[in-house]
Structures are given as structure tokens and as C-alpha cells.
Design a protein around this ligand. Structure first.
Ligand code: ADP
Length: 320
């Protein structure tokens, strides 16, 4: 029977990670476990930066953005000898199993640890919604709210100046933040890795919006890593009737108090992770699929293709 478990947050932080830490700690303690916080992801695990968590130490955090445990990247964790050091740190403290909150990379680390005898369960903590096995990741809905609030504000000023606002949002090659926010904000054009980017075609559409549809402003929502939005804004000014202005929302999208959906999702997923670890199960990650909290083997989850967003893209086209 497992007695001591650890929890860490890894990779990019996301709002709701604290709610997951709280859930794992409280559900664990209430089930008779001892719960340890591993600071700064796998880096802290390797260095032995590990402290006990209590019911009180995870109080007043359910509403806080970021992660009280800190997050870090440690590329060397791919090396067996580095992981062996980490496993020794856990063994020294009698920690037999770990909950890992992070993205795909963190899941790979969790799988590697499980294969070394430390059962790990992954929770999807990222604003990008780029973990294919789950309908939603912890932090996506909060980031979406932030993006929508920002674009609404840009719309006000664009409208006053016959501008085209080009808004770059995060997503790490996943277009969900761009697509969801574009629909919610009534954007004129959405560009994601799935839609592809044909610069000439987008400029042509902007000219139509200006000359034929007589739009006072236009909003283009574009996923990161697709094009240089500052350069594109200049081309918009040169080739259309709009004054192009680029805004990169950047890390503001990662911050803020988690919305109720993310707090609930994190709590439910944390509960499920503890239950699995208590049953001696590892190497799985938690997902929400069709409104149910489920566990999926990490090996399977990492190979899943991204679900097509065609229906939402079709809806968007019908709304313009
Ligand atoms: P995310 O978890 O958000 O995808 P990263 O890809 O940066 O973020 O991964 C977070 C951390 O997970 C890395 O810094 C590294 O410590 C660990 N990690 C990533 N890939 C592997 C791997 N193949 N094997 C072991 N650990 C890994």
C-alpha cells in the first residue's frame, strides 16, 4: 500500500495548477497518505528540493494563478543517470509515487520514471490545449477568457481608427486558443496551423472586407509560430485600406486567477490521480473526454493525433 506520494508542476505554468496541487494534497491526506511537494519540476526532484505539504500549506491557493511549487525545464532529465539521481532523492524520503502536472514533455518524464519503478500519473497542465487525449487541459479556459478580454479591448480601439488588429495568441502549434477566441470575439480572420497561412489570400480577404463589406475594422487572430506578425502588419498597411497593428499577447495569457471550470477540472483530475496511485497504478494520464474524467496510458496518449477542428472552422466561416 502506497504511503507517501509527491506532486510537481513542470513545463509552462498554467492557471489551475495550484488547484491541482491542493486537490492531490487534500485528497491524499484525507485518505491517510503523506504528500510531498517537489519544487521546480524535475529539476527540484533531482536536487532534492522536496518538502512535506499539509492541509494548511495548500490553503488560500485554489484561486491563485501560477504554481506555488514553481516550474522549470531540465532537458537533462532525458538522461538515465540524471533520472537515477532523482529516483534516489525520492527513495531517501520514502516517496513511492508522483503526480506530474505538465504537458507532453512532462508526460515523457513521468513515463520514464514509471518504467524505473516510480509510479507516476500525469495531469494536463497547459494553456495551449495541445494534449491530444483530453478535450480540455487545465488552464485553457482561463487563458481563453484572458485572450477574449484582450481582443475585446483591441476591437474598441481598432474600430475607432479603421485599423486591422493582428493578434498573436499562444498555442504551441495547437490552434485552439486562436479558434475559440476568434469565434468568441467575432474576429474576421483566424489563422492556425490547421487553416494554413497564405499571406496573399489573407491580404485579399482584408481588401474585400474594406472595399466590399465596408468594415470599419478587422481582427485577425493568429496562432504563435506561424509568421512574424509585426512584418505582416506592415504588409497590411501597405496592401490594404486598413492600418495594420500587431499585438502579441505573450505571457499575459498564462497569468490570472483560474476560472471555475479550471479549478473544478484540476480538482477532479487530482482526485483521480490519487485514487490511481493508491491502487498501485502508474504510467497513466488523466483526461476529460465527453465530460467524464478518465485515465489513459501515457504511451497511448502521446501517440494520439490531434482531433480535427473542421466543424468549428466551418462555423466560423458561416459567422463572418
Ligand atoms: P511540457 O511538459 O509543457 O511539454 P517540456 O517539453 O519543456 O514542457 O518538458 C518539461 C520537462 O519534462 C523537460 O524540461 C524535461 O525535464 C522533461 N522531459 C521532456 N521530455 C522528456 C523525455 N523524453 N524524457 C524524460 N524527461 C523529459
Amino acid at each position: 500500500m502506497v504511503k507517501r506520494i509527491g506532486i510537481l508542476t513542470s513545463g509552462g505554468d498554467s492557471p489551475g495548477m495550484n488547484a491541482a496541487i491542493r486537490a492531490v494534497t487534500r485528497v491524499g491526506i484525507n485518505a491517510g497518505l503523506e504528500v510531498f511537494g517537489i519544487y521546480n519540476g524535475y529539476k527540484g526532484m533531482t536536487e532534492g528540493y522536496i518538502e512535506p505539504l499539509t492541509r494548511e500549506s495548500v490553503g488560500e491557493i485554489v484561486n491563485r494563478g501560477g504554481t506555488i511549487l514553481g516550474s522549470a525545464r531540465l532537458p537533462e532529465f532525458k538522461d538515465l543517470d540524471v533520472r537515477q539521481k532523482a529516483v534516489k532523492q525520492l527513495q531517501k524520503r520514502g516517496i513511492e509515487a508522483v503526480v506530474v502536472v505538465g504537458g507532453d514533455g512532462s508526460y515523457r518524464g513521468a513515463l520514464a520514471l514509471t518504467e524505473m519503478g516510480v509510479n507516476c500519473i500525469g495531469l494536463p497542465g497547459t494553456i495551449d490545449n495541445d494534449i491530444t487525449c483530453t478535450d480540455y487541459t487545465i488552464g485553457f479556459q482561463t487563458a481563453l477568457e484572458t485572450v477574449v478580454e484582450c481582443i475585446d479591448k483591441l476591437r474598441d480601439t481598432s474600430n475607432s481608427h479603421h485599423r486591422c488588429s493582428i493578434v498573436e495568441v499562444m498555442g504551441n502549434r495547437c490552434g485552439d486558443l486562436a479558434l475559440w477566441s476568434g469565434i468568441a470575439c467575432g474576429a474576421e480572420i483566424i489563422v492556425t496551423s490547421e487553416t494554413g497561412f497564405d499571406e496573399e489570400e489573407v491580404l485579399g480577404r482584408l481588401r474585400d472586407l474594406d472595399l466590399i463589406k465596408k468594415k470599419r475594422h478587422a481582427i485577425v487572430v493568429i496562432s504563435e509560430k506561424i509568421t512574424d506578425v509585426d512584418q505582416f502588419a506592415k504588409k497590411v498597411s501597405l496592401n490594404t485600406g486598413f492600418a495594420g497593428r500587431a499585438t502579441t499577447l505573450g505571457h499575459i495569457q498564462r497569468g490570472g486567477s483560474p476560472c471555475p471550470f479550471d479549478r473544478l477540472l484540476a480538482s477532479q483530475m487530482g482526485e483521480k490521480a490519487v485514487d490511481l496511485l493508491m491502487q498501485g497504478i502508474g504510467g497513466q494520464c488523466i483526461a476529460i473526454r465527453n465530460n467524464k474524467i478518465v485515465a489513459i496510458p501515457i504511451t497511448e496518449a502521446l501517440g494520439m493525433p490531434h482531433e480535427s477542428r473542421k466543424p468549428l472552422m466551418n462555423l466560423f466561416e458561416r459567422l463572418v
